[in-house]
Design a protein around this ligand. Structure first.
Ligand code: NAD
Length: 417
């Protein structure tokens, strides 16, 4: 097999292969999991504000639907390509199975630069994309959600377009919607809160009291800022946070509500009074108990893994640790809470949103938070059990839980013979 670390698709395939081999499953399981069951490529034409026609490539991947309809976000970014979308849909299969959600993995996107589009252009593009894939999505087929550069407003245009095509309101066809048209309480906060919930549970295993710990967070966007506020509310000392422009550090703990208010005004955390500046690079190596990379992929590498001082790394971002760095951290005894668990709060509350849409019965924020905490706890227990049984890292253990469940579903459905 080629060097899997270079290509996310090969990396996803390798992880499935390892899990199938470790569990001693029939080879057919890997044959079915090594690529999406269905992959759609659509031309997305739309009219620019100046009246010209432009066409962007769009994609939607249904990796595996043995456990239920496929589910996964939509990404608008110039780098979106077929292999990336396929790999992300494979990770969604694992995430949904690990969390015990009745979903398979999906993902989609448009290769475009949303910063170059006006609001009206973005709306036309979003609606055209839905027209292009309308036949292959739906509340019982494939349910998109926001991802990089897509947001509740875009979900609102998409649910409206789909509902027009169907001739009926179909709120359950997409999640991450605004509250007023069937969104869920707690959806925006879900990933950051789920991250803290998972890390706090795992901290117990290394006898670390989360409420007394020092936490450094790279990224102060949706995930990082909610994680910081949640950790602060639980009594932890948040010693560092950062944005793209740079970070801030205070060994005694930052005034997190103050940093949140400062960012509202200044758009990033740089220059916050009562803290010293720190680069995004150095932030990762600060003295702390818990490090939460919540910005970008591939920031912990073979070059810096050895200098990480945290006892726990909680992966808020997708893929922040390279496979080489993962191995170094494992050997150093650093507990890595893998992304497929650590940032699964978003898809879990998306599932709650879909359940609420299907039942037309809406929950309070406290109900959402309690159920999120329960589901993260159950996933951690299952992962920990595999970790103990096979003596593998938590990331590999998470794959074992997921692949075992997906294989069972494929087996009883008769796909393996
Ligand atoms: P966001 O855009 O709200 O915030 C991103 C943060 O990262 C910002 O603070 C930004 O300044 C910082 N950043 C951007 N480029 C950077 C750079 N080059 N160096 C350092 N910092 C940089 O995004 P988000 O929704 O918080 O997502 C963060 C990560 O979490 C991504 O990897 C995303 O895929 C993952 N994730 C998000 C969700 C979700 O529900 N939002 C769910 C699962 C995974």
């Amino acid at each position: 097999m080629a060097d899997a670390s270079l290509n996310p698709y090969l990396r996803a395939q390798q992880a499935f292969k390892e899990a199938v081999d470790t569990l001693g499953l029939e080879p057919g399981v890997y044959e079915l999991l090594k690529q999406p069951l269905r992959f759609y490529e659509v031309a997305v034409p739309f009219i620019r504000d100046d009246g010209t026609l432009q066409v962007f490539p769009g994609y939607r991947s249904h990796h595996n639907d043995a456990l239920g309809p496929t589910k996964g976000g939509l990404r608008f970014h110039p780098d979106v390509n077929a292999d990336e979308v396929k790999a992300l849909s494979m990770w969604m299969t694992v995430k949904c199975a690990l969390l015990g959600l009745p979903y398979g993995g999906g993902k989609g996107g448009i290769a475009c630069d949303p910063e170059q589009l006006s609001e009206h252009e973005l709306e036309r593009l979003s609606r055209e994309y839905i027209r292009g894939i309308a036949l292959v999505i739906g509340p019982d087929k494939d349910i998109p959600a926001p991802d990089v550069s897509t947001n509740p407003q875009i979900m609102a245009w998409m649910v409206d377009e789909y509902s027009r095509i169907r001739g009926e309101n179909s709120f359950g066809m997409i999640t991450g919607k605004p509250l007023v048209i069937g969104g869920s309480q707690g959806r925006l906060e879900a990933t950051g809160r789920g991250l803290v919930s998972a890390v706090r549970e795992m901290a117990r295993q290394v006898n670390l009291d989360f409420a007394k710990s020092r936490v450094a967070i790279q990224g102060f966007g949706n995930v990082g800022s909610v994680a910081a506020a949640t950790a602060h509310d639980m009594g932890a000392r948040v010693v560092a946070v950062s944005d793209k422009e740079g970070g801030i550090y205070n060994a005694d703990g930052l005034d997190v509500p103050g940093v949140l208010a400062y960012k509202q005004v200044h758009r990033n955390v740089v220059g916050f009074p009562g803290a010293e500046p720190v680069s995004n690079h150095d932030l990762l190596e600060l003295p702390c108990d818990i490090l939460l990379p919540a910005a970008l992929e591939n920031v912990i590498t073979a070059d810096n893994a050895d200098r990480i001082q945290a006892r726990i790394v909680g992966e808020g971002a997708n893929g922040p640790t390279t496979p080489e760095a993962d191995q170094i951290l494992f050997e150093k005894g650093v507990l890595v809470v893998p992304d497929i668990l650590a940032n699964a709060g978003g898809v879990t509350v998306s599932y709650f949103e879909w359940v609420q849409n299907q039942s037309r019965w809406y929950w309070t924020e406290a109900e959402v938070d309690e159920r999120l905490h329960q589901m993260m706890g159950a996933a951690i227990e299952a992962m920990h059990e595999m970790h103990e049984r096979y003596g593998v890292s938590h990331r590999r253990a998470a794959y074992l839980v997921a692949v075992d469940r997906i294989a069972s579903a494929m087996r009883v459905r008769g796909w393996l013979k």
